[in-house]
Structure formats: structure tokens, C-alpha cells
Design a binder for this molecule. Structure first.
Ligand code: NAD
Length: 328
């Protein structure tokens, strides 16, 4: 279709982009990747691409329903079979990511090491907040946030020891911007952004680079809300190349948030207004905040910044220390 042609053109342009100006193939020979939730959807595309590029892949999938019920080993097996048929190396793991140590153990047993984690497994329990149950809240948090934590936690000592690791976590636009009926998912996904940001800081000296993506793709998770043409156009295969790049040894990016889908890749950052500094030696009244509201919330007066660290963030507070009003 016309759409597919446009996406292919974009992909070609992305391939020729700055990060790899010579367009050298990204090889993963000798490297071991764990991809969680790789039995279908996005995870399957990641596992197949990494396998094709020479990585030994642990295809993790619990094989349950989209709402996290049941389990089935076939989901992972089918993908392992596909990678092997294409000449790649892969093994299956059927544990829930809640048992991240078992997932990582599979990599160590089968391939003797671990280099890359793609935390991708996920479920949905969408409900308006009024109808949200503790079970809906907890299960979504256990799979997405705690599952990501557990897999990384088990691999971390190995990454530290070998001074090498690449982690790609999965957030969502819903985590970054919110969406009706998804408080549980939204909170867990933004939690994964926080996990990513801090791990990026803790891992940097050991060459452990940690990034997070907010993908868009037609999968079983989105098939219920996307029209069929969109499911077809938003192929997981358009997300996988970014994951491979971030997982590669040549990547130097860490702590980044990326929105990706349909062949489009972009980076997201925070923006903070210039703010209003009230005199630091005077009582601050709510009425003063109200009066300054337009200025507090103005991003367009040329004073907005893009803080990229807690130190950057703190700068605004520090500067107001000197804001002393004389007299009275
Ligand atoms: P999907 O349902 O097709 O794939 C998710 C996979 O994770 C399934 O194969 C499932 O069996 C597996 N899984 C679920 N719970 C698991 C557990 N506890 N342990 C191991 N495996 C488990 O969905 P998808 O669209 O491919 O989603 C992949 C990731 O991308 C998820 O984290 C999702 O939240 C995120 N995401 C997807 C989209 C999108 O547009 N598809 C948008 C934003 C975020």
C-alpha cells in the first residue's frame, strides 16, 4: 500500500541517519539478549531481529491472556522455532517476569552470559478509576514495574562484573501523558521511566546503558482500539530497529525516552517554565501564587529550560536563595 511505501522510505532514511553514518550492519555476534514477552507482538519482532543480527536470544513469554490470565508455553516456543529456522540461536523461558531471576538464569544456563535486556512483557487491566480494584492495580504493577525491576535486578551483578550491559525498558505514551481508564497502567509505565532514569545514572560508570521507549504498534494489545488498517500499518517491525540500536555496543545514549512507531522515531525530554521567584525572605501567600499563575505556567516567554538532571532541576531553587527583598 501507499502507506507501507512511505514507511519504508522513512526506514531507509532512518538507516542513513547520523548515529551510524556509514550504515554499517549492527552485529550482535557473541552477545546474549533476554527479551521478555517475546511470544507475540512487539517482543516477538525484537527477538527475531536480534536473532537475525547474531545475538543468542532468550525468548521469554508466560503465554497468558492480554489481561494476564493463564499461561501457555507455545507462545515462546513458536518464536524460538522461527529464530532457529532462520539460522539463529534461541531458547524459550516460560516464567512470569515477576520471577526475573529465573528468566536470567535461563540465559546463563543456555549461553553462559547476558548482555542485553529488553523489558517488554505487559498486560492491561483497563477500568475507570472509580471501578479499579486493588487486584487490577496490583497485577499491572507486578508485571510491568516489578517485572522490569526483577529481571534487571537478577542481571545487574553480571553487568557490573563484565562492565557492560544494555537495557531497553518499555513505557507508553499513556505513562507520559495519561489516558482515561488506565490509571494502573499509566502509573506503572511512568514508574518504569523513573527506574530507567536512575539506573542510567547508576550504570553509567560501568557502561550499563539504560533507555526507555514508548512504542506504538498494532498488536493484540492494541487490536481492540486500533482500526485494522492501522494495526497493519503500525507493524512491530518498525519499532524493533530502535530497540536493536539502543541494545548495540555502539550506542552511547543512556537515560533517554523515545517515542517510536510506524517507522517514526523521536526523543522526549522535560521542559520547565522559567518560573517565578518570590522573595526568599518573605512569607509567601497563596494570593501571590494566584497572581503570578500566568507567568508560572508560561513556556513561551523565552525563559523555559529543559532540565536533564536533578542537579539541573535544583538550579532554579538555588538561584532564588539570593532573591532578597530589602526593607519593610
Ligand atoms: P502483546 O500483548 O502482543 O505482547 C505482550 C506479551 O507479554 C505477550 O506475549 C504476553 O504473553 C507477554 N506477557 C504478559 N505478561 C507476562 C508475564 N508476566 N511474564 C512474561 N510474559 C508476559 O502486547 P504488545 O503491544 O506487543 O506490548 C509489548 C509492550 O509494549 C508492553 O509492555 C506494552 O505495555 C507496551 N506498549 C505497547 C503499545 C502498542 O501500541 N502496542 C503501546 C504502548 C506500550
Amino acid at each position: 500500500s501507499v502507506m507501507d511505501t512511505d514507511f519504508m522510505a522513512l526506514l531507509e532514511r532512518a538507516k542513513a541517519a547520523d548515529a551510524n553514518p556509514t550504515g554499517e550492519p549492527l552485529s550482535f555476534a557473541g552477545q546474549v539478549a533476554v527479551v521478555t514477552g517475546a511470544g507475540g507482538g512487539l517482543g516477538k519482532a525484537y527477538a527475531i531481529l536480534l536473532g537475525k543480527l547474531g545475538a543468542s536470544v532468550v525468548v521469554n513469554d508466560l503465554g497468558g491472556s492480554a489481561t494476564g490470565q493463564g499461561s501457555d508455553s507455545r507462545a515462546a516456543d513458536v518464536v524460538v522455532e522461527e529464530i532457529r529456522k532462520a539460522g539463529g540461536q534461541a531458547v524459550a523461558n516460560y516464567d512470569s517476569v515477576e520471577e526475573g531471576d529465573k528468566v536470567v538464569e535461563t540465559a546463563l544456563k543456555a549461553f553462559g552470559r547476558i548482555d542485553i535486556i529488553v523489558n517488554n512483557a505487559g498486560i492491561l487491566r483497563d477500568k475507570s478509576f472509580a471501578r479499579m480494584t486493588d487486584a487490577d492495580w496490583d497485577l499491572v504493577h507486578r508485571v510491568h514495574l516489578r517485572g522490569s525491576y526483577k529481571v534487571i535486578k537478577a542481571a545487574w551483578p553480571h553487568f557490573v562484573k563484565q562492565s557492560y550491559g544494555r537495557i531497553i525498558n518499555t513505557a507508553s505514551a499513556v505513562g507520559l501523558y495519561g489516558n482515561f481508564g488506565q490509571t494502573n497502567y499509566s502509573a506503572a509505565k511512568l514508574g518504569i521511566v523513573g527506574l530507567t532514569k536512575t539506573l542510567a545514572i547508576e550504570g553509567q560508570r560501568k557502561n550499563i546503558l539504560v533507555n526507555v521507549i514508548a512504542p506504538n504498534a498494532g498488536t493484540r494489545m492494541t487490536a481492540t482500539v486500533m482500526p485494522p488498517e492501522m494495526v497493519e500499518a503500525f507493524k512491530p517491525e518498525y519499532v524493533a530497529p530502535l530497540v536493536a540500536f539502543l541494545g548495540h555496543s555502539s550506542n552511547e545514549e543512556t537515560g533517554g525516552i523515545f517515542e517510536v512507531g510506524s517507522g517514526w522515531v523521536a526523543k522526549v525530554r522535560w521542559q520547565r517554565s522559567g518560573g517565578v521567584g518570590f522573595p526568599a525572605n518573605r512569607t509567601l501567600e497563596p494570593e501571590q501564587v494566584a497572581q503570578a499563575w500566568d507567568k508560572i505556567t508560561n513556556f513561551d516567554d523565552g525563559r523555559a529550560t529543559n532540565p536533564n538532571s536533578t542537579q539541573d532541576s535544583f538550579q532554579g531553587f538555588m538561584e532564588n536563595f539570593g532573591n532578597i527583598e530589602e526593607g519593610g
